[in-house]
Design a protein around this ligand. Structure first.
Ligand SMILES: [Zn+2]
Length: 211
């Protein structure tokens, strides 16, 4: 069931790890299919060791439809986001170090680099602490999303999302790159911000990028 789609979820999870957004078994990747069912990575398994058949299919209420593993322990939070953000069809939850570090000391990661504007669509807000594997991770993500394709979960990591796996992965990877650049800049001096007009012009230009 859904074997070709499960391969895409696994490929995305491996890219998440290759880009150093998680270590070992951290984080998760999920994808809401056109029929409303959701594919999600299994709980506590190393992405380099799992096979497509280990990806779990669940319905919108979290009942397992197919798969030989337990789904991610964050499933209730993921399903809350899918239910309340109808344009979101893919979510990548990471523990990416630079964005998470900025979240410990800032209320938002500003749209002061083109990568944040283009890949995340807006400044990325930092949601207050909540326990892991708790539905509150999803409730806070919806509350703090605004126009952005990511939210930083304080003391924890990042929820990045989009219309598909590619958009969610772009948001997570470029947010991390930007957070690293911000960290370097902040160690050297004050962080210069872009004007609203510059941000709007960059966002408009991005729409024609790519094939
Ligand atoms: Zn986590």
């Amino acid at each position: 069931m859904y074997l070709s789609e499960k391969r895409l979820v696994l490929d995305c999870a491996r890219q998440m790890k290759q880009n150093r957004l998680v270590s070992l078994t951290g984080g998760n990747v999920s994808w809401r299919l056109e029929d409303g069912n959701v594919l999600v990575t299994p709980s506590g398994m190393d992405y380099d060791r799992i096979e497509p058949e280990d990806i779990v299919a669940v319905d919108a209420r979290g009942r397992v439809l197919d798969g030989r593993r337990k789904p991610s322990s964050d499933l209730s939070a993921l399903l809350y986001i899918y239910e309340h953000m109808p344009t979101v069809n893919a979510i990548i939850h990471t523990h990416q170090p630079y964005a998470t570090a900025l979240g410990l000391v800032m209320d938002e990661i500003p749209a002061a680099l083109i990568t944040v504007i283009d890949a995340c669509h807006a400044a990325v807000k930092v949601a207050p602490y909540t326990r892991s594997s708790d539905i509150n991770m999803g409730i806070l993500t919806v509350q703090y999303a605004g126009d952005a394709l990511a939210v930083v979960l304080k003391n924890h990591g990042v929820m990045a999302y989009g219309a598909d796996l590619s958009e969610a992965l772009c948001s997570a990877v470029y947010l991390e790159e930007a957070a690293k650049t911000f960290s370097i800049a902040m160690s050297l001096g004050k962080l210069p911000l872009l004007s609203y007009d510059d941000i709007a012009a960059e966002a408009e230009g991005w729409k024609s990028y790519g094939q």
